[in-house]
Design a protein around this ligand. Structure first.
Ligand SMILES: Nc1ncnc2c1ncn2[C@@H]1O[C@H](COP(=O)(O)OP(=O)(O)OP(=O)(O)O)[C@@H](O)[C@H]1O
Length: 314
């Protein structure tokens, strides 16, 4: 059964549509990735789901409850880890987590146990008495997570939780996502980092300019890319004629020239002889190969294919 449903969800600011008829659902126990460039509408969608922003159209349900009609029931089921840190500098780590736990009605012994458990979970129990102003960016992000999980929500929403932090904290957060999921929560994870979403999510929705342009399991999305791959040739000299000849090969779909034609990114349809043919063209023009890289189809390729733009360029 679906834990979350988005049905024809729209958000408009005046006449601008920021979220454009989004429809998808998320099953219990899933890690669902919402992937898209900056400004795609991920945070806006998350804020509507969390009851922080009203919908302009459509409906969102969590555990069968409508966010429009039963916002309190929905809020009880979710834990939001917002993109902007929601922690208080004048409170200690313990007091921060305890503050949020009380908002969810926890009291007494249970409150103490859950605060301790949450701080332990994010690796900050030893720093419980310290104020966040003494923490690194990654530690603050981890504290932000601890604040959202004390009430053991069925759905944890993480909005770009790894932006601007060191690799160690990033890995810690990615491990916590997997662990929270293993302990029984469904997760919605928004990011513009394809690698993160690819690494931890079981299903992925790709959004661009407010629209859901693809949605499915990683396997389904890869199949959608089809049998294309990218071959990157790094060569010793620029050569227009060679690049042009490569572009005329029937299996070549696209050539992107970088570094003054010293780096050629060639998108090819699956064909047994294409690599050999392209190498032959380089050889014929007297060009030496410095490096050759083959890139398997991935979410980046799918985004490129669907929008004609690179996810990284945003
Ligand atoms: N209050 C607002 N009024 C008008 N436009 C807004 C408002 N809030 C957001 N937007 C616009 O809505 C679009 C989507 O923003 P949103 O923050 O949801 O994107 P995002 O995918 O989460 O990207 P990011 O990772 O940069 O936060 C952007 O173009 C943004 O400028």
């Amino acid at each position: 059964m679906s834990l979350v449903t988005f049905k024809d969800v729209v958000k408009k600011y005046d006449s601008t549509i920021t979220v454009n008829h989004l429809t998808f659902d998320i099953g219990e126990g899933e890690i669902f990735g919402l992937l898209g460039p900056n400004g795609a509408g991920k945070s806006t969608s998350i804020h509507m789901l969390s009851g922080l922003l009203p919908l302009s159209g459509g409906e969102i349900t969590v555990g069968g409850h409508s966010i429009r009609k039963q916002p309190l029931e929905v809020k009880r089921l979710i834990g939001l880890v917002p993109q902007e840190l929601a922690i208080y500098d004048m409170l200690t780590a313990w007091e921060n987590v305890s503050f949020f736990a009380k908002l969810y009605g926890l009291r007494g012994k249970l409150l103490k146990e859950r605060v301790e458990e949450s701080l332990q979970f994010v690796g900050l129990l030893e720093r419980a008495k310290d104020k966040p102003s003494t923490f690194s960016g990654g530690m603050k992000r981890r504290l932000n997570i601890a604040c959202a999980i004390t009430h053991r929500p069925k759905l944890i929403i993480m909005d770009e939780p790894t932006v601007g932090i060191d690799p160690q904290s990033r890995n810690h957060i990615l491990d916590s996502v997997r662990e929270l999921n293993r302990l029984g929560s469904a997760i919605i994870y928004t990011s513009h980092y394809m690698e993160e979403v690819d690494a931890i999510c079981s299903r992925i929705g790709i959004v661009d300019k407010g629209k859901l342009i693809a949605c499915g399991s990683k396997e389904q999305l890869r199949q959608q890319v089809g049998q294309e791959e990218r071959i990157i040739f790094e060569v010793d000299q620029a050569h227009q004629a060679a690049a042009k000849e490569m572009g005329e090969h029937p299996a070549v779909k696209q050539i992107d020239e970088q570094d003054g034609q010293r780096r050629l990114e060639v998108t090819v349809k699956d064909s047994p002889s294409v690599l050999q043919d392209l190498l032959f063209i380089l050889q014929k023009h007297g060009i030496s190969l410095r490096q050759l890289t083959r890139v398997e189809p991935n979410l980046e390729s799918l985004f490129l294919q669907l929008t004609g733009r690179s996810l990284r360029d945003e």
